[in-house]
Design a protein around this ligand. Sequence first.
Ligand code: PLP
Length: 549
Amino acid sequence: MLSENKTADVSFESLLRIFTVPEAPDSTLSRIETELSQNLNQFLREHIVAEEKRLSDIEKDFSDPILPEKPSFVSDHTQHLLDTLVSQSVHTSAPSFIGHMTSALPYFIMPLSKIMIALNQNLVKIETSKAFTPLERQVLGMLHRLFYAESDAFYTKWMHSAKHSLGAFCSGGTIANITALWVARNNALKADGTFRGVESEGLFRAMKYYGYDDLAILVSERGHYSLRKAANILGIGQDNLIAVKTDDNNRTCIQDLEQKLSDLKRKNIKPFAIIGVAGTTETGNIDPLREMAEISHREQCHFHVDAAWGGATMMSKNNRHLLDGVELADSITIDAHKQLYLPMGAGMVLFKNPDAVSVIEHHAEYILRKGSKDLGSHTLEGSRSGMAMLVYAAMHIISRPGYELLIDASINKAKYFADLISKQEDFELISDPELCLLTYRYVPEKAQKALSLAAGDHKDKLHRLLNELTTYIQKRQRESGKSFVSRTRLNPAKWDYLDTIVFRVVLANPLTTESILSAILEEQRDIAAHCHSLRKEIDELIEKIQDSN
Ligand SMILES: *Cc1c(COP(=O)(O)O)cnc(C)c1O
Protein backbone atom coordinates (compact mmCIF):
# COMPACT_ATOMS: atom_id res chain seq x y z
CA MET A 1 0.00 0.00 0.00
CA LEU A 2 1.01 3.54 -0.48
CA SER A 3 0.99 6.10 2.28
CA GLU A 4 -1.43 5.77 5.18
CA ASN A 5 -1.95 9.51 5.16
CA LYS A 6 -4.86 10.62 3.11
CA THR A 7 -4.21 13.65 0.97
CA ALA A 8 -6.78 15.87 -0.60
CA ASP A 9 -6.70 15.91 -4.37
CA VAL A 10 -7.76 18.47 -6.91
CA SER A 11 -10.68 17.24 -8.91
CA PHE A 12 -13.84 18.79 -10.11
CA GLU A 13 -15.84 16.24 -8.15
CA SER A 14 -14.22 17.11 -4.85
CA LEU A 15 -14.75 20.77 -5.63
CA LEU A 16 -18.41 20.16 -6.23
CA ARG A 17 -18.52 18.56 -2.80
CA ILE A 18 -17.44 21.73 -1.03
CA PHE A 19 -20.40 23.50 -2.59
CA THR A 20 -22.92 20.86 -1.69
CA VAL A 21 -22.12 18.34 1.01
CA PRO A 22 -22.02 19.42 4.63
CA GLU A 23 -19.21 18.18 6.84
CA ALA A 24 -19.75 14.88 8.65
CA PRO A 25 -21.21 15.34 12.18
CA ASP A 26 -17.97 14.18 13.83
CA SER A 27 -15.65 16.32 11.69
CA THR A 28 -13.52 19.06 13.24
CA LEU A 29 -15.65 21.76 11.67
CA SER A 30 -18.92 20.27 12.92
CA ARG A 31 -17.45 19.88 16.38
CA ILE A 32 -16.39 23.52 16.41
CA GLU A 33 -19.82 24.62 15.26
CA THR A 34 -21.41 22.75 18.15
CA GLU A 35 -18.96 24.17 20.68
CA LEU A 36 -19.46 27.67 19.30
CA SER A 37 -23.22 27.51 19.58
CA GLN A 38 -23.29 25.77 22.94
CA ASN A 39 -20.87 27.95 24.83
CA LEU A 40 -19.15 30.67 22.89
CA ASN A 41 -17.35 32.09 25.87
CA GLN A 42 -15.93 28.74 26.84
CA PHE A 43 -14.86 28.12 23.25
CA LEU A 44 -13.00 31.43 23.14
CA ARG A 45 -11.46 30.86 26.56
CA GLU A 46 -10.23 27.43 25.53
CA HIS A 47 -8.93 28.37 22.13
CA ILE A 48 -7.44 31.80 22.65
CA VAL A 49 -4.22 31.41 24.61
CA ALA A 50 -3.67 33.89 27.41
CA GLU A 51 0.10 34.20 27.24
CA GLU A 52 1.14 36.81 24.76
CA LYS A 53 3.29 35.56 21.87
CA ARG A 54 5.52 38.15 20.24
CA LEU A 55 4.13 39.52 16.99
CA SER A 56 7.41 38.67 15.26
CA ASP A 57 6.88 35.02 16.22
CA ILE A 58 3.30 35.06 15.02
CA GLU A 59 4.49 36.52 11.73
CA LYS A 60 6.52 33.35 11.16
CA ASP A 61 3.25 31.41 10.89
CA PHE A 62 2.10 33.78 8.18
CA SER A 63 5.19 34.33 6.07
CA ASP A 64 4.83 31.93 3.13
CA PRO A 65 3.96 33.83 -0.05
CA ILE A 66 3.39 30.66 -2.06
CA LEU A 67 -0.20 30.01 -3.06
CA PRO A 68 -0.95 26.35 -2.25
CA GLU A 69 -0.72 24.00 -5.23
CA LYS A 70 -2.45 21.25 -3.22
CA PRO A 71 -5.84 21.50 -1.57
CA SER A 72 -6.30 20.81 2.15
CA PHE A 73 -8.98 18.84 3.91
CA VAL A 74 -11.43 21.15 5.62
CA SER A 75 -10.82 19.50 8.99
CA ASP A 76 -7.05 19.76 8.72
CA HIS A 77 -7.21 23.37 7.71
CA THR A 78 -9.68 24.18 10.48
CA GLN A 79 -7.26 22.70 12.98
CA HIS A 80 -4.52 24.82 11.44
CA LEU A 81 -6.66 27.94 11.88
CA LEU A 82 -7.35 27.05 15.51
CA ASP A 83 -3.66 26.58 16.21
CA THR A 84 -2.22 29.58 14.45
CA LEU A 85 -4.95 32.16 14.17
CA VAL A 86 -7.72 31.68 16.72
CA SER A 87 -5.23 30.92 19.49
CA GLN A 88 -3.44 34.21 18.85
CA SER A 89 -6.45 36.45 18.45
CA VAL A 90 -7.85 38.81 21.08
CA HIS A 91 -10.67 37.79 23.40
CA THR A 92 -12.58 41.03 22.88
CA SER A 93 -15.69 39.76 24.65
CA ALA A 94 -13.95 38.71 27.88
CA PRO A 95 -15.57 40.58 30.79
CA SER A 96 -12.12 41.64 32.04
CA PHE A 97 -11.16 43.13 28.66
CA ILE A 98 -12.47 46.61 29.14
CA GLY A 99 -10.28 48.58 26.74
CA HIS A 100 -12.22 48.17 23.49
CA MET A 101 -15.21 49.96 22.04
CA THR A 102 -16.63 46.65 20.84
CA SER A 103 -17.80 44.29 23.56
CA ALA A 104 -19.64 40.99 24.01
CA LEU A 105 -22.10 39.85 21.35
CA PRO A 106 -25.50 38.37 22.13
CA TYR A 107 -25.77 34.68 21.30
CA PHE A 108 -28.46 34.95 18.67
CA ILE A 109 -26.03 36.83 16.45
CA MET A 110 -24.07 33.65 15.69
CA PRO A 111 -26.83 31.58 14.02
CA LEU A 112 -28.44 34.66 12.47
CA SER A 113 -25.13 35.68 10.90
CA LYS A 114 -25.01 32.27 9.32
CA ILE A 115 -28.37 32.87 7.67
CA MET A 116 -27.19 36.27 6.52
CA ILE A 117 -23.97 34.87 5.02
CA ALA A 118 -25.84 31.94 3.48
CA LEU A 119 -28.30 34.26 1.74
CA ASN A 120 -25.42 36.45 0.58
CA GLN A 121 -27.63 39.30 -0.54
CA ASN A 122 -26.05 42.30 -2.19
CA LEU A 123 -27.70 45.50 -1.02
CA VAL A 124 -26.32 47.56 -3.86
CA LYS A 125 -29.46 46.84 -5.90
CA ILE A 126 -32.95 45.38 -5.51
CA GLU A 127 -32.26 42.58 -7.99
CA THR A 128 -29.87 40.94 -5.54
CA SER A 129 -31.47 41.90 -2.26
CA LYS A 130 -35.25 42.17 -2.64
CA ALA A 131 -36.74 42.19 0.90
CA PHE A 132 -33.39 43.19 2.38
CA THR A 133 -33.74 46.61 0.74
CA PRO A 134 -37.01 47.60 2.47
CA LEU A 135 -35.64 46.04 5.67
CA GLU A 136 -32.55 48.25 5.53
CA ARG A 137 -34.69 51.30 4.82
CA GLN A 138 -36.84 50.42 7.82
CA VAL A 139 -33.78 50.09 10.07
CA LEU A 140 -32.64 53.53 8.94
CA GLY A 141 -36.18 54.78 9.55
CA MET A 142 -36.30 53.40 13.08
CA LEU A 143 -32.99 55.02 13.98
CA HIS A 144 -33.98 58.24 12.22
CA ARG A 145 -37.12 58.33 14.37
CA LEU A 146 -35.10 57.57 17.50
CA PHE A 147 -33.00 60.72 16.88
CA TYR A 148 -35.29 63.06 14.99
CA ALA A 149 -38.74 61.94 16.19
CA GLU A 150 -40.59 63.09 13.07
CA SER A 151 -44.31 62.36 12.65
CA ASP A 152 -45.79 59.06 11.47
CA ALA A 153 -46.76 60.78 8.24
CA PHE A 154 -43.14 61.73 7.66
CA TYR A 155 -41.99 58.12 7.82
CA THR A 156 -44.91 56.85 5.73
CA LYS A 157 -43.99 59.39 3.10
CA TRP A 158 -40.22 59.03 2.96
CA MET A 159 -39.07 55.68 4.28
CA HIS A 160 -39.49 53.79 1.02
CA SER A 161 -39.44 56.68 -1.43
CA ALA A 162 -37.20 55.81 -4.39
CA LYS A 163 -35.70 59.28 -4.73
CA HIS A 164 -35.12 59.86 -1.03
CA SER A 165 -33.27 58.35 1.81
CA LEU A 166 -33.30 58.78 5.55
CA GLY A 167 -29.68 57.66 5.70
CA ALA A 168 -27.09 55.29 4.36
CA PHE A 169 -25.90 52.00 5.76
CA CYS A 170 -22.18 51.30 5.46
CA SER A 171 -19.31 49.33 6.93
CA GLY A 172 -18.56 51.69 9.81
CA GLY A 173 -18.25 55.14 11.32
CA THR A 174 -15.41 56.14 9.03
CA ILE A 175 -17.44 55.68 5.86
CA ALA A 176 -20.47 57.22 7.58
CA ASN A 177 -18.46 60.36 8.42
CA ILE A 178 -17.04 60.54 4.89
CA THR A 179 -20.54 60.18 3.43
CA ALA A 180 -21.91 62.95 5.65
CA LEU A 181 -19.11 65.33 4.70
CA TRP A 182 -19.44 64.37 1.05
CA VAL A 183 -23.07 65.50 1.18
CA ALA A 184 -22.09 68.65 3.07
CA ARG A 185 -19.37 69.56 0.56
CA ASN A 186 -21.56 68.94 -2.48
CA ASN A 187 -24.36 70.99 -0.96
CA ALA A 188 -22.03 73.89 -0.21
CA LEU A 189 -20.76 73.80 -3.80
CA LYS A 190 -23.96 72.80 -5.54
CA ALA A 191 -25.12 73.59 -9.07
CA ASP A 192 -26.02 77.26 -9.43
CA GLY A 193 -26.63 79.31 -12.59
CA THR A 194 -24.09 78.22 -15.18
CA PHE A 195 -22.15 76.13 -12.65
CA ARG A 196 -23.07 72.44 -12.77
CA GLY A 197 -22.00 71.53 -9.23
CA VAL A 198 -18.76 70.28 -7.69
CA GLU A 199 -19.72 66.67 -8.44
CA SER A 200 -19.51 67.48 -12.17
CA GLU A 201 -16.98 70.26 -12.45
CA GLY A 202 -14.65 69.52 -9.54
CA LEU A 203 -13.27 71.56 -6.67
CA PHE A 204 -11.08 73.91 -8.65
CA ARG A 205 -13.90 75.31 -10.75
CA ALA A 206 -16.30 75.25 -7.81
CA MET A 207 -13.99 77.52 -5.84
CA LYS A 208 -13.63 79.90 -8.75
CA TYR A 209 -17.37 80.01 -9.28
CA TYR A 210 -18.20 80.62 -5.63
CA GLY A 211 -15.23 82.93 -5.07
CA TYR A 212 -13.80 81.16 -2.02
CA ASP A 213 -10.09 80.98 -1.34
CA ASP A 214 -10.43 77.72 0.54
CA LEU A 215 -12.83 75.41 2.40
CA ALA A 216 -12.76 74.26 6.02
CA ILE A 217 -14.36 71.80 8.42
CA LEU A 218 -14.40 72.48 12.16
CA VAL A 219 -14.29 69.88 14.90
CA SER A 220 -12.85 69.79 18.39
CA GLU A 221 -9.32 68.57 18.97
CA ARG A 222 -10.92 65.36 20.26
CA GLY A 223 -12.47 64.64 16.84
CA HIS A 224 -11.96 61.14 15.48
CA TYR A 225 -9.09 60.52 13.02
CA SER A 226 -11.59 59.35 10.38
CA LEU A 227 -12.41 63.02 9.87
CA ARG A 228 -8.85 63.66 8.72
CA LYS A 229 -9.28 60.88 6.16
CA ALA A 230 -12.53 62.52 5.04
CA ALA A 231 -10.86 65.92 4.64
CA ASN A 232 -8.12 64.27 2.64
CA ILE A 233 -10.36 62.24 0.32
CA LEU A 234 -12.82 65.07 -0.30
CA GLY A 235 -10.00 67.32 -1.50
CA ILE A 236 -10.35 69.70 1.44
CA GLY A 237 -6.90 68.87 2.81
CA GLN A 238 -6.15 67.80 6.36
CA ASP A 239 -4.81 71.24 7.23
CA ASN A 240 -8.30 72.58 6.64
CA LEU A 241 -9.81 70.32 9.27
CA ILE A 242 -9.66 73.01 11.94
CA ALA A 243 -9.17 71.77 15.51
CA VAL A 244 -11.30 73.73 17.96
CA LYS A 245 -10.05 73.86 21.56
CA THR A 246 -11.84 71.89 24.25
CA ASP A 247 -12.77 72.80 27.81
CA ASP A 248 -11.74 70.88 30.93
CA ASN A 249 -14.34 68.25 30.11
CA ASN A 250 -13.07 67.60 26.59
CA ARG A 251 -16.02 69.44 25.06
CA THR A 252 -15.85 71.92 22.20
CA CYS A 253 -15.12 75.37 23.56
CA ILE A 254 -17.80 77.61 22.03
CA GLN A 255 -15.69 80.72 22.41
CA ASP A 256 -12.85 79.18 20.43
CA LEU A 257 -15.31 77.94 17.80
CA GLU A 258 -16.53 81.52 17.30
CA GLN A 259 -12.94 82.77 17.17
CA LYS A 260 -11.95 80.18 14.55
CA LEU A 261 -15.04 81.00 12.47
CA SER A 262 -14.24 84.69 12.38
CA ASP A 263 -10.59 83.96 11.53
CA LEU A 264 -11.76 81.87 8.56
CA LYS A 265 -14.15 84.56 7.37
CA ARG A 266 -11.37 87.13 7.42
CA LYS A 267 -9.32 84.86 5.17
CA ASN A 268 -12.23 84.26 2.77
CA ILE A 269 -12.29 80.57 3.68
CA LYS A 270 -15.71 78.92 3.60
CA PRO A 271 -16.41 76.68 6.61
CA PHE A 272 -18.95 74.27 5.14
CA ALA A 273 -19.29 71.84 8.06
CA ILE A 274 -19.18 71.98 11.83
CA ILE A 275 -18.97 68.67 13.63
CA GLY A 276 -20.15 67.90 17.13
CA VAL A 277 -18.86 64.76 18.80
CA ALA A 278 -21.36 62.79 20.87
CA GLY A 279 -19.11 60.53 22.82
CA THR A 280 -15.46 61.24 22.12
CA THR A 281 -13.40 58.15 21.40
CA GLU A 282 -10.89 58.90 24.15
CA THR A 283 -13.06 60.17 26.99
CA GLY A 284 -16.71 59.65 26.03
CA ASN A 285 -17.67 63.31 26.47
CA ILE A 286 -20.44 65.00 24.53
CA ASP A 287 -20.15 68.39 22.83
CA PRO A 288 -22.66 71.21 23.52
CA LEU A 289 -24.71 70.10 20.52
CA ARG A 290 -27.53 72.61 20.82
CA GLU A 291 -25.25 75.63 20.86
CA MET A 292 -23.16 74.22 18.03
CA ALA A 293 -26.30 73.59 15.96
CA GLU A 294 -27.38 77.21 16.43
CA ILE A 295 -23.99 78.49 15.34
CA SER A 296 -23.96 76.17 12.31
CA HIS A 297 -27.42 77.38 11.34
CA ARG A 298 -26.37 81.02 11.63
CA GLU A 299 -23.26 80.39 9.53
CA GLN A 300 -25.19 78.30 6.99
CA CYS A 301 -22.90 75.38 7.66
CA HIS A 302 -23.83 71.75 7.61
CA PHE A 303 -24.01 70.48 11.21
CA HIS A 304 -22.85 66.89 11.53
CA VAL A 305 -22.86 64.91 14.78
CA ASP A 306 -20.37 62.09 15.07
CA ALA A 307 -22.29 59.82 17.45
CA ALA A 308 -20.51 56.66 16.24
CA TRP A 309 -19.89 55.58 19.80
CA GLY A 310 -22.36 57.50 21.97
CA GLY A 311 -25.39 57.43 19.66
CA ALA A 312 -26.80 54.28 21.27
CA THR A 313 -27.44 56.37 24.39
CA MET A 314 -30.63 57.56 22.64
CA MET A 315 -32.08 54.12 23.41
CA SER A 316 -32.23 55.14 27.07
CA LYS A 317 -34.99 57.53 28.09
CA ASN A 318 -33.05 58.11 31.30
CA ASN A 319 -29.85 59.21 29.58
CA ARG A 320 -30.75 60.54 26.13
CA HIS A 321 -30.89 64.08 27.53
CA LEU A 322 -27.08 63.90 27.42
CA LEU A 323 -27.35 64.26 23.64
CA ASP A 324 -29.67 67.25 23.86
CA GLY A 325 -29.73 69.10 20.54
CA VAL A 326 -28.68 66.12 18.42
CA GLU A 327 -32.06 66.38 16.67
CA LEU A 328 -30.86 69.66 15.15
CA ALA A 329 -28.05 67.93 13.25
CA ASP A 330 -28.22 67.73 9.46
CA SER A 331 -26.56 64.33 9.67
CA ILE A 332 -25.62 61.83 12.37
CA THR A 333 -23.10 58.97 12.36
CA ILE A 334 -23.84 55.82 14.38
CA ASP A 335 -21.90 52.57 14.69
CA ALA A 336 -24.13 49.61 15.55
CA HIS A 337 -20.98 47.57 16.21
CA LYS A 338 -20.20 49.65 19.26
CA GLN A 339 -22.90 50.17 21.89
CA LEU A 340 -25.64 48.37 19.97
CA TYR A 341 -23.69 45.16 20.65
CA LEU A 342 -23.48 43.96 17.05
CA PRO A 343 -20.58 42.54 15.07
CA MET A 344 -18.31 44.83 13.14
CA GLY A 345 -19.43 46.21 9.81
CA ALA A 346 -22.59 48.09 10.76
CA GLY A 347 -22.15 51.85 10.37
CA MET A 348 -24.90 54.28 9.49
CA VAL A 349 -25.30 57.91 8.63
CA LEU A 350 -28.72 59.47 9.11
CA PHE A 351 -29.93 62.57 7.26
CA LYS A 352 -32.46 64.92 8.78
CA ASN A 353 -33.67 65.92 5.33
CA PRO A 354 -34.73 62.98 3.11
CA ASP A 355 -33.58 65.01 0.10
CA ALA A 356 -30.01 65.39 1.33
CA VAL A 357 -28.56 62.48 -0.62
CA SER A 358 -29.63 63.88 -3.99
CA VAL A 359 -26.25 65.67 -4.27
CA ILE A 360 -24.35 62.38 -4.11
CA GLU A 361 -26.64 60.36 -6.35
CA HIS A 362 -25.01 58.12 -8.94
CA HIS A 363 -26.63 56.14 -11.66
CA ALA A 364 -25.46 53.46 -14.02
CA GLU A 365 -27.35 51.83 -16.84
CA TYR A 366 -27.16 48.18 -15.91
CA ILE A 367 -27.88 48.79 -12.23
CA LEU A 368 -28.91 51.79 -10.18
CA ARG A 369 -31.30 52.97 -12.88
CA LYS A 370 -32.93 56.31 -12.26
CA GLY A 371 -36.13 55.94 -10.26
CA SER A 372 -35.14 52.47 -9.02
CA LYS A 373 -35.06 51.77 -5.31
CA ASP A 374 -31.48 50.54 -5.49
CA LEU A 375 -29.67 51.64 -2.34
CA GLY A 376 -26.37 51.72 -4.22
CA SER A 377 -27.31 54.96 -5.94
CA HIS A 378 -26.48 56.98 -2.83
CA THR A 379 -23.89 54.95 -0.94
CA LEU A 380 -20.15 55.37 -1.16
CA GLU A 381 -19.63 51.62 -1.12
CA GLY A 382 -20.83 49.36 -3.91
CA SER A 383 -21.52 45.75 -2.96
CA ARG A 384 -22.69 45.49 0.62
CA SER A 385 -23.82 42.61 2.81
CA GLY A 386 -27.13 42.26 4.60
CA MET A 387 -25.78 43.46 7.97
CA ALA A 388 -28.95 45.51 8.43
CA MET A 389 -30.69 42.20 9.15
CA LEU A 390 -28.67 41.83 12.35
CA VAL A 391 -29.46 45.37 13.45
CA TYR A 392 -33.11 44.71 12.68
CA ALA A 393 -33.05 41.45 14.65
CA ALA A 394 -31.31 43.01 17.65
CA MET A 395 -33.79 45.88 17.76
CA HIS A 396 -36.63 43.35 17.91
CA ILE A 397 -35.06 40.76 20.17
CA ILE A 398 -33.51 43.23 22.62
CA SER A 399 -36.00 46.08 21.98
CA ARG A 400 -35.60 49.69 23.03
CA PRO A 401 -36.20 49.10 26.76
CA GLY A 402 -33.70 46.22 26.63
CA TYR A 403 -31.07 48.55 25.20
CA GLU A 404 -32.04 51.08 27.83
CA LEU A 405 -31.15 48.56 30.53
CA LEU A 406 -27.81 47.84 28.86
CA ILE A 407 -26.93 51.51 28.39
CA ASP A 408 -28.00 52.50 31.91
CA ALA A 409 -26.12 49.58 33.43
CA SER A 410 -22.95 50.55 31.59
CA ILE A 411 -23.17 54.19 32.66
CA ASN A 412 -23.83 53.16 36.26
CA LYS A 413 -20.90 50.77 36.17
CA ALA A 414 -18.63 53.55 34.94
CA LYS A 415 -19.82 55.77 37.80
CA TYR A 416 -19.18 52.95 40.23
CA PHE A 417 -15.66 52.44 38.85
CA ALA A 418 -14.92 56.18 38.93
CA ASP A 419 -15.97 56.21 42.55
CA LEU A 420 -13.84 53.17 43.33
CA ILE A 421 -10.81 54.80 41.70
CA SER A 422 -11.34 58.05 43.62
CA LYS A 423 -11.34 56.12 46.89
CA GLN A 424 -7.89 54.62 46.24
CA GLU A 425 -4.96 56.53 47.69
CA ASP A 426 -2.70 55.56 44.79
CA PHE A 427 -4.96 56.03 41.76
CA GLU A 428 -6.04 59.23 40.10
CA LEU A 429 -9.25 59.63 38.11
CA ILE A 430 -8.43 61.74 35.04
CA SER A 431 -11.76 62.01 33.22
CA ASP A 432 -15.06 61.58 35.00
CA PRO A 433 -17.48 59.40 33.00
CA GLU A 434 -20.34 61.09 31.18
CA LEU A 435 -21.14 57.86 29.34
CA CYS A 436 -19.50 54.50 30.11
CA LEU A 437 -15.94 55.57 29.34
CA LEU A 438 -13.39 56.93 31.80
CA THR A 439 -9.66 57.46 32.10
CA TYR A 440 -7.36 57.23 35.10
CA ARG A 441 -3.79 56.47 36.09
CA TYR A 442 -1.72 54.99 38.84
CA VAL A 443 0.20 57.53 40.93
CA PRO A 444 1.90 56.37 44.16
CA GLU A 445 0.81 58.51 47.12
CA LYS A 446 4.24 60.02 47.65
CA ALA A 447 4.38 61.01 43.99
CA GLN A 448 1.03 62.78 44.28
CA LYS A 449 2.33 64.97 47.10
CA ALA A 450 5.57 65.62 45.23
CA LEU A 451 3.67 66.57 42.08
CA SER A 452 1.78 69.26 43.95
CA LEU A 453 5.03 70.64 45.37
CA ALA A 454 7.23 70.35 42.28
CA ALA A 455 7.86 73.07 39.75
CA GLY A 456 9.65 73.52 36.44
CA ASP A 457 11.98 70.74 35.30
CA HIS A 458 11.26 68.58 38.32
CA LYS A 459 7.56 68.63 37.64
CA ASP A 460 8.04 67.83 33.96
CA LYS A 461 10.41 65.00 34.79
CA LEU A 462 8.13 63.45 37.40
CA HIS A 463 5.26 63.71 34.97
CA ARG A 464 7.31 61.96 32.29
CA LEU A 465 8.28 59.16 34.69
CA LEU A 466 4.65 58.66 35.67
CA ASN A 467 3.80 58.41 31.97
CA GLU A 468 6.43 55.69 31.63
CA LEU A 469 4.96 53.90 34.61
CA THR A 470 1.43 53.98 33.14
CA THR A 471 2.71 52.68 29.81
CA TYR A 472 4.64 49.92 31.56
CA ILE A 473 1.65 48.80 33.65
CA GLN A 474 -0.68 48.81 30.66
CA LYS A 475 1.71 46.71 28.56
CA ARG A 476 2.42 44.21 31.32
CA GLN A 477 -1.24 43.80 32.08
CA ARG A 478 -2.02 43.13 28.44
CA GLU A 479 0.84 40.67 28.13
CA SER A 480 -0.20 38.69 31.17
CA GLY A 481 -3.49 38.06 29.36
CA LYS A 482 -5.85 38.18 32.35
CA SER A 483 -7.31 41.60 31.69
CA PHE A 484 -6.98 44.50 29.33
CA VAL A 485 -7.41 48.25 29.56
CA SER A 486 -6.27 50.52 26.74
CA ARG A 487 -4.23 53.67 27.05
CA THR A 488 -4.27 57.07 25.46
CA ARG A 489 -2.68 60.50 25.83
CA LEU A 490 -4.58 63.47 27.21
CA ASN A 491 -3.67 67.00 28.22
CA PRO A 492 -5.65 67.65 31.41
CA ALA A 493 -5.87 71.22 32.67
CA LYS A 494 -5.12 69.92 36.17
CA TRP A 495 -1.63 68.95 34.98
CA ASP A 496 -0.92 72.20 33.15
CA TYR A 497 -1.91 70.63 29.82
CA LEU A 498 1.17 68.40 29.91
CA ASP A 499 1.00 65.21 27.87
CA THR A 500 -0.49 62.69 30.27
CA ILE A 501 -0.65 58.98 29.52
CA VAL A 502 -3.77 57.42 31.00
CA PHE A 503 -5.58 54.11 31.20
CA ARG A 504 -8.82 54.13 29.23
CA VAL A 505 -11.72 51.81 29.97
CA VAL A 506 -15.05 51.27 28.23
CA LEU A 507 -17.54 49.54 30.52
CA ALA A 508 -20.06 48.31 27.95
CA ASN A 509 -19.77 44.57 28.55
CA PRO A 510 -22.75 43.52 30.69
CA LEU A 511 -20.70 40.61 32.06
CA THR A 512 -18.08 42.85 33.67
CA THR A 513 -18.65 42.68 37.43
CA GLU A 514 -17.62 44.97 40.28
CA SER A 515 -15.20 42.35 41.56
CA ILE A 516 -13.52 42.22 38.13
CA LEU A 517 -13.02 45.98 38.36
CA SER A 518 -11.45 45.70 41.81
CA ALA A 519 -9.21 42.90 40.56
CA ILE A 520 -8.03 45.07 37.65
CA LEU A 521 -6.90 47.84 40.04
CA GLU A 522 -5.26 45.24 42.28
CA GLU A 523 -3.36 43.79 39.34
CA GLN A 524 -2.19 47.25 38.24
CA ARG A 525 -1.02 48.06 41.73
CA ASP A 526 0.83 44.77 41.84
CA ILE A 527 2.55 45.33 38.49
CA ALA A 528 3.57 48.82 39.64
CA ALA A 529 5.09 47.38 42.82
CA HIS A 530 7.30 45.09 40.77
CA CYS A 531 8.56 47.74 38.41
CA HIS A 532 11.71 48.28 40.47
CA SER A 533 13.97 50.41 38.30
CA LEU A 534 11.29 52.92 37.37
CA ARG A 535 10.04 53.08 40.97
CA LYS A 536 13.57 53.76 42.17
CA GLU A 537 13.97 56.60 39.69
CA ILE A 538 10.64 58.07 40.79
CA ASP A 539 11.57 57.79 44.48
CA GLU A 540 14.92 59.53 43.92
CA LEU A 541 13.25 62.37 42.11
CA ILE A 542 10.65 62.68 44.89
CA GLU A 543 13.47 63.05 47.43
CA LYS A 544 15.04 65.80 45.36
CA ILE A 545 11.71 67.58 45.13
CA GLN A 546 11.20 67.29 48.91
CA ASP A 547 14.71 68.61 49.55
CA SER A 548 14.23 71.65 47.36
CA ASN A 549 11.04 72.61 49.19
C1 PLP B 1 -15.35 54.43 16.24
C2 PLP B 1 -15.53 55.84 15.87
C3 PLP B 1 -15.45 56.26 14.52
C4 PLP B 1 -15.00 55.34 13.40
O1 PLP B 1 -15.77 54.25 13.21
P1 PLP B 1 -15.24 52.93 12.50
O2 PLP B 1 -16.41 52.06 12.62
O3 PLP B 1 -14.04 52.48 13.27
O4 PLP B 1 -14.90 53.27 11.10
C5 PLP B 1 -15.69 57.59 14.24
N1 PLP B 1 -15.99 58.46 15.21
C6 PLP B 1 -16.05 58.10 16.51
C7 PLP B 1 -16.37 59.14 17.54
C8 PLP B 1 -15.83 56.78 16.89
O5 PLP B 1 -15.88 56.43 18.18
